[in-house]
Design a binder for this molecule. Structure first.
Ligand code: ZN
Length: 167
């Protein structure tokens, strides 16, 4: 972020913003409106690539819509990545809910995250796809504040302070 242009979003800016995320069918997935705004470090891949790319050059007070394709969002959906798991294969104390991430190990010992997509009395369905993969993301954005990142924030790759990381 250069000194003569501190008003628009560029690499090395800490951006505070409100967002509402909806899918093409109108389903509202998430929103910061009425909650704490989102704070991120621009250029550090804190947010999905398609959103970050389209935030560049925007100024505090700007309100706009951003459309992000799966390729620049949570990736394309991989078919056949779903698996039904019997309740008897799960720890009995585990309370499973749709949308919940579960860690599992593949046969070669790699750690993978699976997302619960369905729950029934004797089994659950898990999917290796991220819940939002394969979907267009429609963001309503309002830029609240832009400030230069500190050296420590740049080194860590995330913002500190209110709305940021606490160590
Ligand atoms: Zn940090």
């Amino acid at each position: 972020m250069s000194n003569e242009n501190t008003n628009s979003i560029a690499d090395g800016c800490v951006v505070t913003m409100h967002y509402t995320l909806t899918l093409d069918d109108g389903e509202k997935v998430d929103s910061s409106v009425g909650r704490e705004p989102l704070v991120y470090l621009h250029g550090a891949q804190n947010i999905v690539p398609g959103l970050e790319r389209q935030m560049a050059g925007k100024a505090a007070g700007d309100k706009f819509e951003v459309k992000v394709t799966p390729e620049e969002g949570y990736g394309p959906r991989v078919e056949g990545a779903e698996k039904v798991v019997g309740r008897d294969e799960l720890p009995p104390e585990l309370e499973v809910q749709v949308g919940m991430p579960l860690s599992a190990q593949t046969s070669d010992g790699a750690e993978v995250t699976l997302y619960v997509t369905a729950v029934s009395e004797d089994s659950i369905t898990v999917d290796m796809n991220l819940p939002l993969s394969g979907k267009n993301l429609n963001f309503d954005i309002e830029v609240v504040e832009i400030r230069p990142a500190t050296d420590e924030e740049k080194e860590h790759g995330h913002p500190h302070g209110p709305g940021g990381h606490h160590h």
